[in-house]
Design a protein around this ligand. Structure first.
Ligand SMILES: Nc1nc2c(ncn2[C@@H]2O[C@H](COP(=O)(O)OP(=O)(O)OP(=O)(O)O)[C@@H](O)[C@H]2O)c(=O)[nH]1
Ligand SMILES: [Mg+2]
Length: 237
């Protein structure tokens, strides 16, 4: 076992996980981090360098490096590859025009030797937008099956701007307005909720990451994963 592997396993035993969050610009990386941390998702601007966010999840400290995805910034991604346990690749599911760019960048990235042991979680973000591609369509468009031989991967649909409203104490959730089909009306979606909880599908993705890297401490078996189904969320207003 190489020295780097020993260091990595020691770090994982201390429940420290290093995650690179990457993807094209405008995909929603920073918004996802803010949603998880319960911050105001209305206040985001393009990331010109990087943000490091620590997310405590299931007893693990996930040190998430949220790095700007603009074309001019992508050559700098390589500066962050060392010691990465997992890559979270965020996709704007409504950006059909750039899906091929997205595929190319992802496959280029994962050729990198320093990322060889890293697990890959794809967030198919912006599922609240009407024309969003489904998980199956995105898996095909990004050619995810071709990555199976080199990386454990999973894909999770989500919406960083869908925040579960935090009901005031005693308030009946039934008071929320709903559409005739039972889905929340757009006002109940609370797309700019400032203290609600993140879309549970985002957290399900983190569960998978933690299960993956955790299993590696014990000489890594593939982590079984059932994605949380795509909830019926109406289009953003
Ligand atoms: N409708 C909708 N909009 C979203 C969602 N996630 C992010 N956005 C919006 O998409 C835009 C870009 O979000 P960012 O989080 O800044 O994207 P990013 O991937 O961090 O972009 P860079 O920092 O430039 O790489 C913002 O206007 C967000 O409000 C989502 O799930 N649904
Ligand atoms: Mg950003």
């Amino acid at each position: 076992m190489g020295l780097l592997t020993i260091i990595r396993k020691a770090r994982l035993k201390e429940k420290q996980v290093r995650i690179l969050m990457l993807g094209l610009d405008n995909a929603g990386k920073t918004t996802i981090c803010k949603a998880i941390l319960g911050e105001d998702v209305d206040e985001v601007s393009p990331t010109l360098g990087f943000n490091i966010r620590t997310i405590v999840h299931q007893g693990y400290s996930l040190n998430v490096w949220d790095i700007g995805g603009q074309t001019s910034l992508r050559p700098y991604w390589r500066n962050y590859f060392e010691q990465t346990d997992a890559v979270i690749w965020v996709v704007d599911s409504s950006d059909r025009a750039r899906m091929e760019d997205c595929r190319r960048e992802l496959h280029e990235l994962l050729k990198e030797e320093r990322l060889m042991g890293a697990s890959l979680l794809v967030y198919a973000n912006k599922q609240d937008i009407g024309n969003a591609m489904t998980v199956d369509e995105i898996s095909t468009a990004l050619d995810l099956p071709a990555l199976t031989s080199s990386h454990h991967w999973s894909i999770q649909p989500c919406s960083a701007r869908y925040v579960v409203p935090s009901a005031p104490p005693g308030a009946a959730s039934a008071a929320q307005p709903t559409n005739p089909n039972g889905t929340p009306a757009s006002s109940a979606l609370n797309l700019s909720n400032r203290c609600g909880k993140a879309d549970p599908r985002i957290l399900a993705g983190l569960d998978w990451v933690v299960g993956e890297v955790g299993s590696r401490v014990y000489y890594g078996t593939q982590n079984a994963f059932t994605p949380v189904p795509d909830a019926p969320i109406p289009a953003a207003p």
